[in-house]
Design a protein around this ligand. Structure first.
Ligand code: NAD
Length: 543
């Protein structure tokens, strides 16, 4: 079975559908939305392939129509969390031994299943339970998920090929063992693809996972579990334990077998997890790998030579798509005073054309924010701006949570570059702007670099090459993903490996070989082809 050396070709990205009027995909997605909207779900805990119904229930809500409860999910009890860890460790015995190409095959099959069978299911789940538009669901839940599956398998083959050199009388090898223990995958609400990658990237490298999905995105997480099962991942390799972050987190992090955490979410939660790992450090059998991609306060720096329409489109798409709930969303913009009147006019026209509402109405560009606490928190930031003497809400500023959690695309203009909306992650459709004198371009680049603790994404808009070079240099630590004349969102697997430093995470670049390296514990094997038979060296002989 193993007598073969396979070379995996670099994949191409899953092509996205447009869902334009009259297209077959539009009809099929609408059909699936209708079917799913009429269904009532009861989602179990899944351990070792078995379903468990604990009776401790959470609700599946439509953020844009919060009275519509789509069903419930069962939260994992402490006993079930212990069972999930045991199931993972039991599954690992076989899983870490199967030939790597068999593991790669499951990833490729999962990607094919997404393209052909699960596309509308995953998209509809993201639209209904996470309030994504058809386009946002397509690029995330279908395309990016399939891309992670295919590209990671390809990157694995490249990693395994990296071998030390051998000599005439030795054979040297690096065996890319998985970690000894299980990986704890913890996913955020905002990307189905990230949830898929957090679980399957370590698993592809031979690890086993205990997965805690976000409580506000359990539906798409459940469909991912069904996809993994259908693709052929053995029972126990990925164990699904929904529940509250702290209760699941504390129990899992206390296990001596926790060999790594693959986290995406807020900086505050990651700080808490890291501290907990520190407290538990003497329990663990091995130093856990800690991989976390966290928050952002992503900038757009507009130079005096920028094209105004290009900059405006980037601000609107980068700031407001998926209601600003992307870790990479543009949320602070630096604009030369001289450009402001013209840019403001273009922005005003663009923002006036934005429709907000239910994602089942495809004419809506924006939908609801994820839940009531998010709505209240975002509106709190807007209220602060309304009350401040240093800021002014120039567009939007209203929210309505009567039927769904809707917030208008909002822009705040501030004279204080350290105003709270310029520094803190709001994670909603709010963009703060600061005007600078174009003579102070370089000074403003330093200001941008030093303003926020984050370092995730950022853009420079300029036609002047020197201005681009200067921004790229001064802002080199300000963003792990840096864009020239493009919005700071929308990284594509295989094209822009994703992640940032500072308070934005460990920058282990999801969607690249860099991330996969974190999930292996290499073993170097030397074989001596002609071992010495005497302990003495030539220099020891008498002259
Ligand atoms: P969150 O931090 O509230 O939750 C993330 C996950 O952590 C959830 O599953 C949650 O239940 C879990 N959790 C909470 N407390 C925990 C604990 N004590 N132990 C273990 N798990 C715990 O984040 P969210 O609201 O789901 O997502 C939004 C955040 O994620 C934003 O800050 C955003 O910037 C960030 N994000 C970052 C990236 C990136 O690649 N850098 C990508 C997506 C989202």
């Amino acid at each position: 079975m193993n007598h073969t050396i396979i070379s995996i070709k670099e994949p191409i990205n899953e092509p996205g559908y447009t869902y334009a009027p009259g297209s077959p995909e539009r009809a099929l997605l609408k059909q699936e939305l209708e079917r799913m909207s009429g269904e009532t779900f009861e989602i179990p805990v899944i351990i070792g392939g078995k379903e468990y119904f604990t009776g401790d229930l959470g609700k599946l809500i439509m953020p844009h129509e919060h009275r519509h409860i789509m069903g419930t999910y069962h939260k994992a009890s402490p006993q079930l969390i212990a069972l999930a860890i045991d199931a993972a460790l039991n599954a690992q015995k076989e899983w870490e031994r199967i030939p790597w190409m068999e593991r790669a095959a499951l990833n490729f099959r999962a990607a094919e299943l997404i393209g052909r069978k699960y596309r509308y299911i995953l998209n509809a789940a993201a639209m209904l339970n996470q309030s994504k538009s058809a386009h946002q669901a397509e690029i995330d839940a279908s395309c990016e998920t399939a891309d992670y599956m295919r590209f990671n398998a390809y990157y694995m083959s490249i990693i395994y090929r990296e071998q030390p050199h051998s000599t005439k009388d030795t054979i040297n090898r690096l065996c890319y063992r998985p970690l000894e223990g299980f990986v704890f995958a913890v996913s955020p609400f905002n990307f189905t693809s990230i949830a898929a990658n957090l679980t399957t990237a370590p698993v592809l490298m031979g690890n086993v996972a205990v997965w805690k999905p976000s409580s506000t995105a359990v539906l798409s997480a459940y469909y991912l579990m069904r996809l993994f099962k259908e693709a052929g991942y053995p029972d126990g390799v990925i164990n699904f334990v929904p529940g509250s972050g702290a209760s699941v987190g504390d129990a899992v992090l206390a296990s001596s077998h926790m060999a790594g955490i693959h986290f995406t979410g807020s900086t505050a939660v990651f700080h808490g997890i890291w501290k907990r790992i520190g407290e538990n450090i003497s329990r663990y059998r091995t130093y856990p790998r800690i991989v976390g991609e966290t928050g952002g306060k992503n900038f757009i720096m507009v130079h005096a030579s920028a094209d105004l329409c290009e900059a405006a489109a980037a601000i609107v798409r980068g700031g407001f798509e998926y209601q600003g709930q992307k870790c990479s969303a543009a949320s602070r913009v630096y604009i030369p005073t001289s450009l402001w009147p013209a840019l403001k006019k273009i922005l005003e026209e663009m923002i006036a054309g934005i429709k907000i509402g239910d994602p089942r109405d495809f004419s809506n560009f924006m939908n609801a924010v994820i839940d009531e606490p998010a709505f209240d928190k975002i509106m709190g930031y807007i209220e602060k701006a309304k009350k401040s003497a240093h800021a002014e809400v120039i567009f939007g500023g209203n929210g309505d949570k009567t039927a769904g959690y809707f917030i208008e695309p909002t822009m705040i203009l501030t004279k204080d570059p350290h105003f709270v909306a310029m520094e803190e992650e709001i994670f909603g459709p709010v963009v703060a702007c600061y005007l600078y004198d174009e003579k102070d371009y370089e000074k403003t680049l330093y200001l941008c670099d030093e303003t926020s603790p984050y370092g995730l994404t950022g853009s420079i808009f300029a036609r002047d090459r020197q201005a681009i070079l200067k921004a790229s240099d001064i802002l080199r630590h300000a963003a792990g993903n840096f864009y020239v004349n493009d919005k700071p969102t929308g990284a594509v697997v295989g094209e822009q490996p994703f992640g940032g430093g500072r308070a934005s995470g460990t920058n282990d670049k999801a969607g690249s070989h860099i991330n996969l390296h974190r999930w292996v514990g290499p073993r170097a094997i030397k074989e001596n082809l002609y071992p010495p038979t005497d302990f003495k060296y030539p220099f020891m002989q008498e002259g």
